[in-house]
Design a protein. Structure first.
Lengths: 229, 82
């Protein structure tokens, strides 16, 4: 599996995701600076978490217009897998690769904690090694993670089963009380209709090492490696 | 010429920042203040000699970058220079 990780000015999870991907694929990913105008041949392109361009204007809006994003869009059209985590998810919505957008957390606080998620769609290259309705514990760390889209778009992603993960509690209950940031329908991550693009606010790369506490992200990476190798 | 692009949250889109400002003002005793919405104004000096052409350029810029039409509306104005 060939992986490219795009590095923007202000990315800060690029090394973490590289370590996680290497752990499961035994291969070093390419680190690609955002000003590049071509991508190495890649099965997976990752837009990592962080604060690209200092979150100026809107989170992800500047990065979405970086030179490399033209190539990311082209690769997406050709069917390469694209994964955006946290700021990467914001970049995917700002660039139109995923619908909707991420607005300020309802409670106005930066949220940094482990959060239970319910796996909603396990029929994707990113989630196939989970069982549907698995409850997994994955950290979130964001200020703008409140997923918003028009009613029409929300209905469409619900009807087409494009929600990969929802925020829940340890019993798996999904309601306003178990919604950390005000996201519509407790959405934590969505996939596109073709199934090759996933954006999520939680950080699976922070849940792959016992010494760091959590390991529920392991199935996420084994899914990707098995699907793309 | 000088132009302003005013960007505001769409009606119905949660505006937690506006709400926080509103609560703060109410706590300070401004009981007359009922509803606060926070947006942004971007001042742009544009090299163009008429408002019609400038508006086309600024609309394009707003659609492409300045505003996110999922959650925001924008309004372009040309203030008179002193």
């Amino acid at each position: 599996m060939k992986v490219s990780i795009v590095v923007f000015p202000g990315s800060n999870c690029d090394r973490d995701i590289a370590v996680s991907l290497k752990k499961f694929s035994n291969k070093d990913p390419f680190m690609v600076w955002h000003k590049e105008t071509s991508l190495p041949d890649s099965d997976l392109i990752v837009l990592p978490g962080g604060f690209s361009y200092g979150d100026y204007l809107r989170c992800g809006s500047m990065a979405a217009n970086s030179p490399i994003m033209k190539e990311v869009k082209k690769s997406s059209e050709k069917g390469s897998a694209i994964l955006g985590i946290c700021n990467g998810f914001q970049i995917l919505t700002e660039s139109g690769l995923l619908p909707g957008t991420l607005i300020r957390n309802q409670g106005l606080s930066f949220l940094c904690k482990n959060t239970p998620l319910k796996v909603q769609n396990n029929n994707s290259i990113f989630t196939k090694n989970y069982k549907k309705n698995d409850i997994i514990n994955i950290p979130i760390a964001h200020n703008e993670g409140n997923y918003f889209a028009s009613e029409t778009v929300i209905e469409e992603i619900e009807d087409k089963n494009l929600i990969a993960f929802r925020y829940c509690d340890h019993n798996g209950d999904i309601d306003l009380k178990t919604n950390p940031n005000g996201s519509r329908n407790n959405i934590a991550g969505i996939i596109n209709e073709n199934g090759n693009v996933l954006g999520m606010m939680p950080h699976p790369e922070r849940a792959t090492d016992k010494s760091a506490g959590l390991t529920d992200g392991e199935n996420f990476f084994t899914s990707i490696v098995e699907s793309l190798t | 010429m000088k132009s302003l692009v005013k960007i505001m949250p769409k009606k119905g889109v949660l505006d937690p920042q506006g709400k926080a400002i509103e609560n703060s003002l109410n706590q300070l005793g401004f009981s007359e203040i009922k509803e606060v919405t926070q947006g942004k104004i971007i001042e742009i000096e544009i090299d163009c000699d008429n408002e019609k052409d400038a508006r086309v350029i600024l609309e394009n810029a707003s659609n492409k970058l300045l505003a996110n039409l999922v959650i925001e509306d924008y309004e372009i104005t040309f203030p008179k220079e002193d």
